[in-house]
Ligand binder design. Structure first.
Ligand code: SF4
Ligand code: SF4
Length: 107
């Protein structure tokens, strides 16, 4: 059962559901991730909410939990789940700014 108090922290900006493309940066000798490609098919572009939230892990098996997304360092740095963690580093370099940032055109 979802933890409602925990879930209430989400601002529903939808940024963590945008498409992401990882690649090896040979100049920096590390993996980088950029926003691109197609957003999750279940992300509503108008409301920025998940259209299948209650069944998201069944409908989209690759949908990450918050701990998984945090471990993969793909939550935006100002996401409430990581914003107070001084050790957290987001490796996605071109997220739209802020919780009300514009979504990419392909959402
Ligand atoms: S980035 Fe954070 S605040 Fe935005 S939808 Fe994802 S979990 Fe919620
Ligand atoms: S299924 Fe997962 S990745 Fe897709 S919109 Fe819903 S929460 Fe985001």
């Amino acid at each position: 059962m979802p933890n409602r108090k925990h879930e209430a922290k989400c601002r529903q900006c939808g940024r963590c559901c945008l498409g992401k493309i990882p690649f090896w940066d040979k100049d920096q000798h590390r993996f980088r991730v950029v926003v691109g490609g197609t957003a999750c098919q279940f992300l509503d572009p108008g409301t920025r909410k998940c259209k299948v939230y209650e069944n998201r892990q069944f409908r989209r098996p690759g949908c990450l939990t918050i701990p998984q997304a945090k471990a993969q360092m793909i939550l935006p740095a100002d996401c409430p789940y990581v914003a107070d963690d001084p050790d957290y580093e987001c490796i996605v370099e071109d997220y739209p700014d802020g919780p009300d940032g514009q979504q990419s055109d392909d959402v």
